[in-house]
Design a protein around this ligand. Structure first.
Ligand code: FEO
Ligand code: CA
Ligand code: CA
Length: 736
């Protein structure tokens, strides 16, 4: 971001470890001492690891400590893999719970009882905390990008813990798991989705949030939101709620995030299609028109059931909107919700500093299962680039390039949403094609492309049709199917773009049905054992990275890192030769620190969870092309050979990749925001205890997790998603 100060220390990946002597560092000595204290206090940790054992545990040597030793990034001791029901961080660090499901964020809202009887969720923390961004506040309560001890956190509340239909920890008896769903349960569940903005501050050395700050607010799955960009007012956006197609209600399944150079929050709508139902004979009701092709491509065949049955909450419009069937007689959809799903699936822009401004869905950035939205290098006089992934098996990687050229004065404009209109409502959308030789092409998605204009499977009408049906346009031009693109992040040191590809069960060297062969950018297909069960395809995931070329359509790429178990075969599986201090599976959240340059990698895994809970690793990557080509030699079932040659980045070492955190049972680690000085990071622990069976709702001893209650936070024993804050006991930067 151009309006941020430059990092206080130049980032040079080549000399981080110029002192190769065996001399102990000051912080490793201090860390060992604090580690023993942490163990005494917590009593449940792993040796050599500080454990989050209580709300607001404050270690000695806090931020008032004037002695900050010479810094060595990744100087901490790796956190071991763990199945314990705790948050583990390295010795010398403290993690505290800040903001958990149900915590009040408006004046007069009662403390969370956490027994399923609480209400008012539109004034409390939502569920399944996910992506998150920091927005600094000055002493006047206004935007201040250099503030380090007071700010707003904008937090995604992605989803909820559900075994059957209901969000079961939210209801006293677990809720009703058959249809129709009670209106009161549906209302709660709608309210725990969306986003939260909360004020946080460090006071007397301790971080907390302000429960009754006037700056706090929520958006839920019912909040009015404006449609902006090419799809605004389009025929496919017309609904009973918005007959002119300019508005919709709610943002849903918010996963990854972004932060604009002008100080607004971007949130990605991911698995929204699952919340809608379609009638069993809806294809014929629609006259089998092209909307049927669209609905199928976005995961809604006729007869599809909705995830929570919200459409059965009653006759009220707010329930009926979840029925995406043609039920009305109108020609244009102004009397039903046949087009309602077209209002979801976007990057949504929100002004975190002004809750009176209506959020906007930026449709020019395309419609798919959005994760994060990361800006490329921001340079005056040049267009802005935003990188995005579509998280489903075999989906694509995208780039938006603004029509408007960046003007540095816009970074501090008073009307932030107007700046969003300028840069995010007009531009070109591209999809990535990865070539086997390490080059790639960004293909523009427009009617000027003959393959889109003439696409037989779907008749594209105009630019809005491409914005709404982006996946079909990308199909038309032959984009590269990826192993589930999750978050992406841009390396502040060189502008290269990193994508997590979390896993893909559809890769096979002997494909049948919907499976496909591995390729250079998605080169693995193997079997991993989880206990006695086989996991096929690419069960552990990998990270690719891209470097922009001389033109807007050219890039080069390599595979930065492969997830794997340390003990797995090094020729086809553990290609990055990960050790026990580094091994991971299913990378998902991905954030570069602008303060330290550390690349934080978070996991949302189900493959390695027989051995370890989900985790976060710190990495100091190099750059595209710093490694060499590798050949993966497969033998197919018929005995023939299949060789995949792929460019792989420079091998990691213990100085360039290290496990920093392991979460509680059943959780994924996701979302990371930092203060600009790099001395505090905020991380989300999502869905602890999600492996609990609904039948056990009445017996806390049978919950898979009791975190964060077992860490001393809050009432009750039901597990809760939560934001934690991590600081270094010597006052240093996180990751040193
Ligand atoms: Fe919400 Fe694809 O992770
Ligand atoms: Ca395994
Ligand atoms: Ca995720």
């Amino acid at each position: 971001m151009t309006h941020r100060g430059e990092p206080t220390q130049a980032i040079d990946f080549n000399d981080e470890n110029s002192n190769t002597s065996a001399n102990p560092t000051f912080e490793s000595v201090l860390g060992a001492r604090l580690s023993r204290r942490g163990l005494l206090r917590g009593g449940v940790g792993t040796v050599g690891t500080a454990v989050l054992a209580g709300f607001g545990v404050s270690a000695c040597g806090g931020s008032d400590d004037p002695v900050v030793p010479a810094e060595k990034l990744l100087g901490f001791a790796a956190v071991p893999k763990s199945l314990a029901d705790v948050v583990s961080v390295p010795a010398g660090y403290t993690a505290s719970v800040l903001f958990a499901l149900g915590d009040p964020l408006a004046a007069g809202v009662a403390a969370y009882k956490n027994d399923g009887t609480d209400g008012d969720f539109d004034k409390r923390a939502g569920d399944h905390h996910d992506g998150m961004e920091w927005f600094g506040l000055g002493t006047d309560g206004k935007r201040n990008d250099s503030a380090t001890e007071r700010g707003l956190l904008a937090i995604n509340h992605e989803a909820t813990t559900d075994e059957k239909l209901s969000s079961f920890f939210l209801h006293a008896d677990g809720g009703k798991s058959t249809l129709p769903r009670p209106a009161a349960e549906v209302d709660k569940e709608v309210d725990i989705h969306g986003i939260a903005v909360i004020e946080v501050a460090k006071t007397a050395g301790k971080w907390g949030y302000a429960p009754s700050s006037a700056l706090n607010f929520r958006l839920t799955a019912l909040s009015p939101i404006e449609i902006a960009g090419p799809a605004r007012g389009h025929a496919q956006m017309i609904t009973k709620y918005s007959p002119d197609g300019t508005r919709t209600r709610g943002t849903l399944n918010n996963c990854g995030t972004g932060k604009t150079p002008w100080g607004t929050f971007l949130t990605g709508e991911e698995n929204w299609f699952g919340y809608f139902t379609r009638g069993a004979a809806d294809d014929a009701a629609r006259g089998n028109d092209k909307s049927v092709t669209s609905l199928k491509r976005y995961g809604r065949n006729q007869g599809a059931a909705s995830r929570h049955g919200w459409e059965t909450g009653g006759a009220d419009d707010k329930y009926q909107r979840w029925n995406n069937s043609k039920t009305g007689a109108s020609a244009n959809g102004s009397d039903d919700y046949r087009n309602e799903m077209n209002g979801m699936g976007y990057i949504v822009e929100i002004d975190p500093y002004d809750k009176t401004r209506m959020a906007k869905k930026r449709t020019a950035l395309g419609r798919f299962a959005h994760e994060s939205a990361a800006f490329g290098k921001v340079e005056a006089g040049k267009p802005l680039s935003v990188y995005m992934g579509d998280d489903s098996r075999g989906e694509y990687i995208y780039k938006f390039v603004s029509t408007a050229l960046w003007s540095a004065a816009d970074a501090n404009a008073a009307d932030r949403m107007a700046v969003g209109d300028k840069y995010l409502d007009s531009g070109k959308l591209y999809v990535a094609k990865f070539n086997a030789d390490g080059t790639g092409t960004w293909v523009e998605l427009s009617l000027a492309h003959a393959a889109i204009a003439g696409y037989a499977a779907y008749g594209f009408a105009d630019a809005a049709d491409i914005a709404i049906n982006t996946r079909l346009a990308a199909d038309a031009v032959g984009a590269t199917k990826m192993d589930r693109p999750e978050w992406n992040a841009v390396n502040p040191a060189n502008g290269e773009i990193y994508f997590t590809l979390t896993n893909n069960s559809n890769r096979s060297i002997d494909p049948t049905g919907s499976q496909y062969l591995p390729d250079a950018a998605n080169p693995r297909a193997y079997t991993d054992m989880k206990g006695a069960s086989k996991q096929n395809g690419n069960p552990n995931g990998h990270l690719v990275r891209m470097k922009e070329g001389a033109t807007v359509s050219a890039f080069t790429w390599d595979v930065y890192l492969f997830g794997a178990e340390a003990g797995a075969d090094k020729s086809l599986v553990n290609i990055s030769a990960l050790t026990a201090d580094q091994d991971f599976s299913s990378p998902d959240g991905l954030v570069f620190s602008k303060a330290t340059g550390i690349c934080w990698i978070q996991t949302d895994d189900g493959a390695y969870t027989d051995v370890t809970n989900c985790m976060m690793l710190a990495a100091m990557p190099g750059s595209v092309g710093d490694g060499a080509k590798k050949t993966l030699s497969y033998t197919k079932a018929d005995g023939s050979k299949l060789d995949i040659v792929t460019p792989v980045g420079k091998a990691v070492t213990e100085s360039t990749l290290k496990r920093f955190l392991v979460g509680p049972k059943g959780s994924e680690i996701t979302g990371l925001a930092e203060t600009p000085d790099g001395k505090a990071i905020f991380v989300n622990i999502q869905h602890p205890g999600e492996g609990t069976a609904m039948a056990n709702i009445g017996d806390a001893t049978k919950y898979q997790s009791q975190w964060p209650a077992n860490a001393g936070y809050g009432a009750g024993k039901r597990p809760r998603s939560a934001t934690i804050v991590i600081t270094k006991n010597d006052g240093g930067r996180i990751g040193s």
